[in-house]
Design a protein around this ligand. Structure first.
Ligand code: SF4
Length: 442
């Protein structure tokens, strides 16, 4: 059978890094001659790009796996491949216990065509080598152009921090910064194809360091800001310990660098932060927020909060609540702790907070954040702000939506497709906890 007759389903779960990896995977497979489908009846290869960061993410993937296996039992002939972080974490177990045909970690995607062929020929195939170098070298030419307006640009991968609850350093390996020449080359291409917003990606994006040219993250940001003054620049995810004043000054200096920082704090208790191995204290983080707001007054700050970590007392939890009250984050991703096999916390710390307490604490955090986000958003009412239009609202084709530099979602009445990808000024009239609503000034 010819490769073009073999169709692939690719499902993606997890973070922006996985979405970006999937774009690369699509292009690698297309270049090798395979075609894509959404129809399981005509698929020969099913690939699931997985996420391991939370227990729930893995549960979802196991249930997808069961769903696809049920078709196999009915006689459908296809191979199933697991890619990404779960592949890296579980390796052979996926083949031995879950009857997966192909297991490929995030560092081996360039070998996918060969690995798929082996699996099609009946060989259970596994490759979890963690070198990203090859993938990054060719990423530009292989990228699948899903949308040209908003694009992710990976600049580094991996993590050296080993937060005690996190599986990423084990699934993505050590920090590796991408070659400067390749980043610049990719951005030049994005400029040519009409890209309007670039998000620089990395597990620890602000620890980017190019040894060869002695380029730090703030140097790279400035270089890109100057190179593409008409393109908006975002970056995620930053570690607080790597957020330097120099980076803050560059964000403040250039209009095209968006005034939004996602800065996961996780807990407001220094005792818990130490147990999490976060490498900063509550006081240090508060000081950092104050510097950020001094240097970039119009900044919006979002965060991640994790409750119910081993040994978290009610007092520790209240410290998180008081930190939230003090900082007034614009928004937050909130989670309750679940053990991730293979991490330091799973090996050495007892998951000793009852589920009912975790849920109660999480609800308090969510509740407070919703009220704070609403207040933060209401501050924009009556103001005029620039947004970059992303598309139609899911609820009504009469409304378009876009984002401010501060990453606030804005909906407004207009039903004309031609505005997508353009910047316009909006007068904000209403606010909810999750979005702003306004009137376009065109
Ligand atoms: S900084 Fe911590 S939470 Fe973030 S990827 Fe690294 S180990 Fe995980």
């Amino acid at each position: 059978m010819l490769k073009k007759d073999l169709k692939v389903i690719l499902e993606t779960y997890g973070c922006q890094m996985n979405i970006s990896d999937s774009e690369t995977i699509i292009a690698i497979i297309q270049t090798a001659g395979y075609r894509f489908t959404k129809n399981i009846m005509e698929a020969s290869i099913i690939l699931i790009n997985t996420c391991s960061i939370r227990e729930n993410a893995e549960k979802k993937i196991f249930s997808r796996l069961q769903y696809f296996q049920s078709f196999k039992k009915k006689g459908y002939k296809f191979i199933i491949g697991l890619l990404g972080c779960m592949a890296q974490r579980m390796k052979e177990t996926l083949i031995k216990e879950y009857y997966v045909d192909l297991v490929v970690g995030p560092g081996s995607y360039l070998m996918l065509p060969t690995l798929i062929e082996l699996a099609i020929n009946g060989e259970k195939t596994i490759n979890t080598n963690l070198s990203y170098d090859e993938l990054y070298r060719t990423i530009v030419s292989l990228k699948s152009q899903k949308t040209n307006i908003f694009r992710f640009v990976p600049i580094m991968s991996g993590c050296n921090n080993f937060c005690s609850y996190c599986i990423v350093p084990y699934t993505r390996g050590k920090e590796k910064s991408r070659d400067l020449k390749n980043i610049i080359n990719e951005i030049q291409i994005l400029k040519k194809i009409g890209c309007k917003e670039i998000t620089l990606l990395g597990q620890n994006v602000n620890s980017f360091f190019n040894k060869k040219d002695s380029i730090y993250f703030h140097n790279l940001l400035e270089l890109i800001a100057l190179m593409v003054p008409d393109i908006r620049i975002r970056f995620t995810t930053s570690h607080p310990k790597d957020m330097s004043d120099k980076t803050l000054e560059i964000i403040a200096k250039y209009d095209n660098i968006c005034k939004h920082i996602h800065l996961p704090v996780q807990s407001g208790s220094s005792k818990i932060l130490r147990a999490m191995n976060r490498k900063y204290t509550r006081e240090w983080y508060l000081q950092l927020i104050s510097s950020i707001r001094n240097i970039i007054p119009e900044i919006s700050i979002s965060t991640d909060l994790l409750c119910g970590f081993p040994s978290e007392t009610e007092l520790d939890h209240q410290k998180t609540i008081s930190l939230m009250r003090e900082i007034k984050f614009d928004s937050a991703f909130t989670f309750k702790y679940s053990e991730r096999p293979g991490t330091y916390a799973a090996k050495y710390l007892s998951d000793n907070i009852p589920e009912i307490i975790k849920i109660k604490r999480l609800n308090e955090i969510v509740d407070l954040q919703l009220r704070t986000s609403l207040l933060r958003n209401k501050e924009h009412i009556g103001k005029t702000t620039e947004i970059l239009i992303e598309g139609f609202s899911k609820r009504s084709k009469e409304n378009l939506f876009g984002r401010t530099s501060q990453n606030k979602l804005v909906f407004f009445k207009k039903n004309d497709q031609q505005y997508i990808g353009n910047k316009i000024m909006i007068k904000i009239e209403k606010a909810s906890a999750t979005a702003l609503f306004g009137k376009s000034l065109i």
